[in-house]
Write a protein that binds this ligand. Structure first.
Ligand SMILES: Cc1ncc(COP(=O)(O)O)c(C=O)c1O
Length: 335
């Protein structure tokens, strides 16, 4: 099976991660390792170019998003997400017992109309923006002045930068200036550590304290901390992975466009492709051919799309071949 449905990295993590993991086994009799934890904070602070008090690691960015939703519930805030946006937010909201509201992106570009957004939110809102967005893969905000403006109109602004290493766009420096801005990032994508479940939050020390008050002690396993430390010590590996994925992404986008399909401009490790027929049907047919991609029935505006992660060369080639066959079968492509 070609796993092109979860936006995982097709490459294994740095060899250093594997070495460090083995070493971490020797301290598994302990609940925590102070030295390792401090190393992680130091490396993240260096990586994010922010003082240590502005950094807080989480057992995945999903867990950080859940804690933010929990904070919204505790503080009786409206939680507003984007549509289409990160689909798992719906599950997180169910788990945290939060009634999530949605703000619709503009069609057909799936861009963010900031003026319209500002009319929808208020000083009681916790707003979630995914930049770049999943599943649409595009960048929604490029300009820090827009972040300042939105932050001034909501209680808490959360910007999820899961694909920062691919987009090169970050608003992390603004957390020093905006006490209500929370940046959420993950090590699951460019750092190739999805299975370690490590993410982190960048925010003002006060905001971090508020969020951390909702979590339990020792929630990141020692091997995951060790893996994250080792991965942060090998940024060359991240660079190579990101470059390789970007090259394959351009090639794949060109091939899809040559098939007459619309591909959204991607700043991530996946593509969002308009296939012209029901995406879930295409995904089911691709699965029969050993290719796993994602498609959504909700919202209706993305029913004719599939989301495909960039895999290894051979997986991408297999995907393209299989997609051509499926679309021919479905009468969407001529023979
Ligand atoms: C926008 C966005 N945020 C968060 C996540 C979750 O990442 P993690 O593995 O850290 O839970 C994903 C994963 O696909 C994502 O696309």
């Amino acid at each position: 099976m070609a796993r092109l449905y979860l936006n995982e990295s097709p490459f294994p993590p740095s060899p250093r991660v594997v070495e460090e993991l083995a070493r971490s086994g020797y301290v598994l009799n302990r609940y925590y390792d102070r030295e390792l934890w401090n190393k992680l904070i130091k490396l993240l602070s260096h990586y994010a170019k922010l003082p240590r008090e502005y950094v807080s690691p989480y057992p995945s960015s999903s867990e950080a998003l859940c804690k933010l939703l929990r904070l919204a519930r505790r503080e009786r805030l409206r939680a507003v997400s984007l549509r289409p946006g990160f689909h798992a937010m719906k599950d997180f909201a169910r788990v945290e017992d939060v009634e999530l509201e949605y703000f619709d992106l503009e069609l057909p570009s799936f861009e963010l109309d900031v003026d319209k957004l500002l009319k929808t939110v208020d000083e009681n809102t916790m707003l979630f923006i995914f930049n770049p967005n999943n599943p649409t893969s595009n960048v929604l905000i490029r300009d820090p002045s827009i972040v300042r403006e939105i932050a001034s109109r909501v209680r808490i602004l959360v910007i999820d930068e899961a694909y920062y290493e691919f987009s090169g766009i970050t608003f992390a420096p603004l957390v020093k200036e905006l006490g209500n801005l929370v940046i959420v990032r993950t090590m699951s994508k460019a750092f190739c550590l999805a299975g370690a479940r490590v993410g982190y939050v960048l925010a003002s020390p006060e905001m971090i304290k508020r969020l951390d008050s909702l979590r339990i002690k020792f929630d990141i396993p020692i091997p995951s901390i060790a893996a994250a430390v080792a991965a942060l010590q090998d940024l060359d590996h991240v660079k190579k992975v990101v470059e390789a994925i970007k090259v394959m992404r351009s090639r794949m986008a060109r091939e899809l466009e040559a098939m007459g399909l619309r591909v959204l401009p991607s700043a991530t490790n996946f593509l969002f492709v308009e296939v012209g027929v029901r995406g879930t049907e295409v995904a089911a047919k691709l699965r029969e051919k050993g290719i796993m991609v994602t498609a959504f029935d909700d919202p209706p505006s993305i029913q004719n799309f599939i989301r495909v992660s960039i895999g290894k060369e051979d997986e991408n080639a297999r995907f393209l071949r299989a997609l051509r066959e499926v679309l021919k079968e479905m009468g969407r492509l001529a023979n």
